[in-house]
Write a protein that binds this ligand. Structure first.
Ligand SMILES: Cc1cc2nc3c(=O)[nH]c(=O)nc-3n(C[C@H](O)[C@H](O)[C@H](O)COP(=O)(O)O)c2cc1C
Length: 168
């Protein structure tokens, strides 16, 4: 899959709005992810209002680009949906990666902004949206059409020195 190899984190975006049809495709891709016992713990907050994006951009020193994105998706895990609680972060990571890959496929770009397990960032998001404690903020993904010079491109990271066959 070329998309896996060419996807890059995109941190600057054109002013262009992301079409609703594409937003739904991103969410469909997320919900298609594998999860432990198929528990699908995910829920999503779609953020497009400038004022709300600005507030969300304050969650860390490395999330400022959210303020200038046309769209951000906040990924949450709902404890009520967890049958195997200890796997929730892995489930959410698979959903996050699916969003990034689908974004690249649709000509968009995004970047994974880490939230969990940092308690301070989780708390900021919980307070921002008034979330009950059963809702666990996992990450935020700002998304938009890549600004010039921010294109997806292949970077070779294959290192055969890290691969062991039949034993270490
Ligand atoms: C768990 C996790 C947290 C990350 N947090 C941030 C972040 O807070 N800010 C940011 O700009 N990039 C963040 N990134 C993106 C990484 O910096 C990026 O994936 C890495 O540098 C590799 O570049 P690439 O995505 O273009 O392949 C995060 C990625 C992961 C997987």
């Amino acid at each position: 899959m070329d998309i896996i190899f060419n996807r890059r984190s995109i941190r600057r975006y054109k002013k262009q709005t992301v079409e609703q049809e594409k937003i739904e495709k991103l969410l469909r891709a997320a919900m298609q992810a594998p999860s432990a016992a198929n528990q699908q713990p995910w829920e999503f907050i779609v953020v497009q209002e400038k004022e709300n994006l600005e507030k969300l951009s304050g969650i860390s020193l490395y999330s400022k680009m959210i303020a200038d994105a046309p769209l951000a998706i906040v990924l949450l895990a709902n404890e009520d949906r967890m049958r195997l609680q200890h796997y929730w972060e892995q489930d959410m990571a698979a959903a996050a990666q699916n969003i990034l890959l689908e974004a690249a496929y649709l000509g968009l770009g995004g970047v994974w902004i880490g939230v969990a397990p940092m308690q301070d960032r989780m708390k900021l998001i919980s307070e921002l949206y008034g979330l009950k404690s059963k809702l666990k903020p996992f990450c935020v993904i700002p998304i938009g059409y890549p600004e010039e010079g921010q294109e997806h491109k292949y970077v070779d990271r294959y290192d055969p020195g890290r691969v062991y066959y039949e034993g270490y």
